[in-house]
Design a protein around this ligand. Structure first.
Ligand code: DGY
Length: 320
């Protein structure tokens, strides 16, 4: 009997793939650092039984309409805004993501970005390397305290709750805004559910962890930044399109807010000439929230296990 076939849209390590080779026919885009061209993806999707995709691929109605054999799209990310889930449902194609395995790692990065931005760590490192450090000075690279400040989390799912734990470790007060109440965070971490406006007005650190949907697109706009404190620091570790980047730039330049730490951008990779990259008070990362060796390996395995199970007629482990 022939094995079900999958197409993986980025080169994954053979060590991870080896255990699946006797059960799955594996075809793969052979580059790690370059997204598969659209025409190749469309062709492969027409042939394969399953796709293992990255957040860089648009799995839209056009692709799904032509994918006659496709039974599963296993996204190697917790976010799945790159996939038209409604269209997949219409075509009876299962969609899975990789929650849980990346929660701690992504919360670590979000908190790290918060600390880096508050204490000007990147700027200070560049200052030393550039040979600008001539004297100790009382206010040299003075940043903002983190401990005992107010952490405002927008999007209190698994990663938000885990970030709140990090915050509690630093004696922070936790405010959150979410579509629904998070009882666990309230009872165990003392997090307080508040309106978005209240959060923006009262948090010293506003961390965006909400998913990208039609409702959250550009939710951080000029009005949102205006509500924030002038010494607030904005962190985004979710998706770039939740932020109107022009509004963010203007808020930083006009000192409506003090700084920003960004792991994600509306267009990735962000151009090196982007105005946000010209500002010292902005820390920029290349979308590495879940990028530890351990976690990325677990994400690959979970995506492959989802594909394998669905193609063997079982239920997916983490359907969306
Ligand atoms: C996710 O899983 O959605 C992350 O953004 C990828 O690291």
């Amino acid at each position: 009997m022939s094995k079900p076939s999958i197409f993986i849209t980025r080169k994954l390590p053979e060590k991870v793939l080896a255990p699946y080779r006797d059960k799955l026919e594996i075809d793969m885009w052979e580059k790690t650092d370059e997204a598969v061209p659209r025409e190749v993806l469309l062709r492969k999707a027409r042939e394969a039984d399953g796709l293992v995709t990255m957040l860089t691929e648009s799995i839209d109605d056009t692709l799904l309409n032509e994918a006659a054999n496709l039974k599963i799209v296993a996204n190697m990310a917790v976010g799945y805004d790159n996939i038209n889930v409604e269209s997949a449902r219409k075509h009876n194609i299962e969609v899975t993501n990789t929650p849980d395995v990346l929660t701690d790692t992504t919360a670590d990065l979000a908190f790290g970005l918060l600390m880096t931005s508050a204490r000007r760590i990147v700027e200070a490192d560049q200052y030393v390397r550039n040979g600008d450090w001539k004297h100790w000075a009382p206010m040299l690279m003075a940043g903002s305290d983190i401990h005992h400040k107010t952490l405002g989390i927008v999007g209190m799912g698994r990663i938000g709750t885990t970030l709140a734990k990090r915050g509690r470790g630093f004696d922070m007060e936790i405010l959150y805004h979410n579509r629904s109440r998070n009882v666990e965070a309230e009872e165990q971490l003392g997090a307080e559910y508040v309106s978005l406006e209240y959060l923006l007005k009262n948090a010293d650190f506003v961390v965006c962890l909400a998913p990208l949907t039609d409702e959250t697109y550009h939710m951080f706009d000029q009005a949102a930044f205006k509500h924030m404190k002038n010494d607030a620091i904005f962190i985004n570790a979710s998706r770039g399109a939740l932020v109107n980047e022009t509004a963010l730039y203007n808020a930083l330049v006009s000192k409506e807010i003090k700084g920003a730490g960004l792991d994600v951008f509306e267009n990735e990779p962000i151009s090196k000439d982007h105005p946000l990259l010209q500002l010292n008070q902005v820390v920029c990362l290349p979308h590495i929230g879940s990028s530890s060796v351990e976690t990325r390996t677990k994400m690959m395995e979970l995506a492959l296990n989802n594909a394998l199970r669905v193609l063997q007629g079982d239920t997916a482990i983490t359907p969306v």
